[in-house]
Design a binder for this molecule. Structure first.
Ligand code: 4NP
Length: 146
């Protein structure tokens, strides 16, 4: 695998964390892999990651504050070796758009479970659980496919 794209709904909560974690691991020794993230929706295009995602990443020494949301396009399916959906709804939307090189992040150690959408969570605590699940899955993904 030379390139990987993480895709959630808004590209402001979950997939920027996945991108940040993957970048961090790649910088620590896995060279030559391109990483990006996108959302299936367009509501937040151009926005920075949500405040709690920036904080939870920062607490883990990862800076995602400069990332900006974008919407996934069909060209991404050609440009990235692997498209990684954060939950089943993202997976279904990407499949319907024609993605073939598609997996769910939760397949890497969590039995295919969805990464919960923290957008409507009340407060910060849920973000720590989301970060921990994403970090564990991204590590396994890079170990298996990187
Ligand atoms: P994300 O979270 O998919 O993890 O970025 C969401 C962000 C925005 C919305 C939903 C989920 N929204 O409905 O605008």
């Amino acid at each position: 695998m030379k390139s990987v794209l993480f895709v959630c709904l808004g590209n402001i909560c979950r997939s920027p964390i996945a991108e940040g974690v993957a970048r961090h691991l790649i910088e620590q020794g896995r060279h030559g892999i391109t990483v990006d993230s996108a959302g299936t929706g367009s509501w937040h295009v151009g926005e920075a990651p949500c405040r709690h995602s920036i904080t939870v990443a920062h607490n883990n020494r990862i800076d995602i504050s400069a990332l900006r949301a974008r919407q996934v396009t069909k060209n991404d399916f050609k440009n990235f070796d692997l498209i990684v959906a954060l939950d089943q709804s993202n997976y279904n939307d990407l499949k319907a758009m024609g993605a073939k090189n598609l997996v769910k992040l939760g397949e890497f150690g969590f039995g295919g479970a969805d990464v919960p959408d923290p957008y409507f969570f009340d407060g910060f605590e849920g973000f720590e659980q989301v970060f921990s699940m994403i970090e564990s899955c991204v590590k396994q993904l890079l170990n298996e496919r990187g």
